[in-house]
Design a protein around this ligand. Structure first.
Ligand code: AP5
Length: 213
């Protein structure tokens, strides 16, 4: 299965990607995680991206398209993959088509902006392995350290409320038009992100299975 996850920042793409990846045994490719790893490792790409990401702006299309082209050529993508955070612009979606990649579906998680701002203030992430938690909805065992690698959890720099509002603006202006792009291709499925994490997960799996039948 080749799946694109669409949705506003904080809609729950990364959380559902983890569930879907485990169930179908396909890798998740998160451009956000790839860019954060580049920043962490101090690469040239990371240096270019850091101020953009922290301001809630997008990294240039050509940079992200190059990253994705290389990643999709790897062996573990042969039987399918989940794209989390890519494409984010129409030129990125067109580039994916030009690579000859035919996706099965684009699943959009729909969550109202007001809920997102509230939700993001409780997100905690592991700076070492990228695992995501929430202080109320998905706490780690001690609500301080990563369950997987025991590193102390942090608040992402771009999760501060003002930056979240900038990211939402970027989403509505630049990324949301992708819903029409994939609807025109008969690939769009929309799932309402619920308050309860388990309910969103159930609705996500039901939508995938119904669409693929
Ligand atoms: P990226 O890392 O992709 O960020 P994003 O799209 O803004 O998405 P998030 O990771 O913030 O949220 P999510 O939807 O995955 O939600 P999560 O599951 O964590 O990108 C970051 C930046 O990188 C961009 O701003 C841009 O600068 C750059 N970038 C990345 N890709 C790019 C591209 N293609 N082109 C250009 N630039 C690019 O959930 C959020 C929280 O809510 C968590 O704490 C979770 O536990 C909790 N939660 C999840 N679901 C529920 C629920 N149903 N109920 C209650 N809580 C929930």
């Amino acid at each position: 299965m080749k799946l694109i996850l669409l949705g506003a920042p904080g809609a729950g793409k990364g959380t559902q990607a983890e569930n879907i990846s485990g169930h179908y045994g396909i890798p998740t490719i998160s451009t956000g995680n790839m860019i954060r790893a580049a920043i962490h490792n101090g690469t040239a790409l990371g240096k270019q991206a850091e101020s953009l990401i922290n301001a809630g702006k997008l990294v240039p299309d050509e940079v992200v398209i190059g990253m994705i082209r290389e990643r999709l050529a790897e062996e573990d993508c042969k039987n399918g993959f989940i794209l989390d955070g890519f494409p984010r612009t129409i030129p990125q979606a067109e580039a994916l088509e030009k690579m000859g990649i035919e996706i099965d579906m684009a699943l959009s998680l729909e969550v109202a902006d007001e809920k997102i701002v509230k939700r993001m203030s409780g997100r905690r992430v592991c700076p070492a392995c990228g695992m995501t938690y929430h202080v109320d909805f998905k706490p780690s065992k001690d609500n301080k350290h990563c369950d997987e690698c025991k590193t102390e959890l942090i608040v992402r720099k771009d999760d501060h409320p003002d930056t979240v509002l900038d990211r939402l603006k970027t989403y509505h202006e630049t990324t949301e038009p992708l819903k029409a792009f994939y609807e025109a291709r008969g690939k769009l499925v929309q799932v309402e992100g619920r308050e309860e994490l388990a309910e969103t997960t159930k609705a996500t799996f039901e939508a995938i299975e119904a669409f693929l039948q």
